[in-house]
Design a protein around this ligand. Structure first.
Ligand code: AMP
Length: 249
């Protein structure tokens, strides 16, 4: 079985994003960039499938700037075999990513795609679903557990009311939720080994996909500053406050 894992280079999750002064977006200059945390979980899951002898090859795909090779190397240090970078300076939208991933899937013919449930920069949560729709494949999003047997995959999904388990025929698209696994600590020897693993560089034009933006960001602004809380002396005072604020009437 071959597994493809799409991985995105994003602002490191520990950092507080700064809005550009003109409100046109987030200022990413001189900021630490990392592998999207949900994608790290997806890579870990694919590598565990390989270690169990279920998957034979794990291929990473990233669409983004040349520097995204760093994140591909991190994924290969976890244990992925090789990578494809579709290089572009454009800020690609989920539909473009899904179209490019479909083109890669058509060429590579994997049995399974494990994407992250969302990229933490734009929080779109769209790419996996769009890719499944474009491929006409079944999808299991927000996976917290995967079991593969008899050309089927069982996906336990995190939904509002609890957990839902569904069975999909392979090939399929799955997206990882936070509790799917805890990614391993990447050792230095594996980081060094990953440097020798191949990264194939492509361009969106190689796949004939037009990535002209279809969405326009009108404005990005900081969330409003949270108001300080108030202490009350009694339940009666609290009830009076609720009435005053028009809550729970
Ligand atoms: P999104 O729909 O943007 O929230 O992203 C969901 C998932 O799609 C991510 O966790 C990645 O697995 C994949 N993805 C999104 N953008 C890219 C990209 N530029 N390159 C590779 N994979 C991506």
């Amino acid at each position: 079985m071959k597994v493809i894992v799409p991985v995105k280079r994003v602002i490191d999750y520990n950092l507080r994003p700064r809005v550009k002064t003109d409100g046109s977006g987030i200022d990413l200059s001189n900021l630490k960039m990392s592998l999207n945390p949900f994608d790290e979980i997806a890579v870990e899951e694919a590598v565990r499938l390989k270690e169990k002898g279920i998957a034979k090859e794990v291929v990473l795909v990233s669409i983004g700037v040349s520097k995204a090779q760093d994140q591909l190397k991190t994924g290969m240090a976890i244990g992925a075999d090789r990578s494809i970078l579709i290089e572009t300076e454009e800020n690609v939208e989920p539909l473009h990513v899904a179209k490019l991933l479909k083109a890669v899937v058509d060429q590579e013919k994997p049995d399974l795609v494990i994407a992250g449930k969302q990229a933490i920069d734009d929080d779109s949560n769209q790419t996996g679903q769009m890719l499944a729709a474009l491929l006409g494949w079944p999808q299991g999003c927000f996976a917290s557990k995967l079991t593969i047997a008899d050309n089927k995959i069982e996906v336990t999904r995190e939904i509002d009311g609890g957990l839902e388990t569904i069975s999909l025929n392979l090939p399929a698209v799955v997206t990882s939720d936070l509790r799917l696994n805890e990614p391993r600590f990447v050792s230095l020897p594996n980081i060094i080994k990953a440097r020798k693993k191949p990264i194939e560089i492509k361009k969106p034009e190689d796949f004939g996909i037009d990535i002209t933006p279809r969405l326009k960001t009108l404005k990005v602004e900081e969330p409003p500053v949270r108001q300080a809380g108030e202490k009350v002396e009694s339940v009666e005072e609290f009830a009076a406050k609720l009435k005053e604020w028009g809550v729970g009437a």
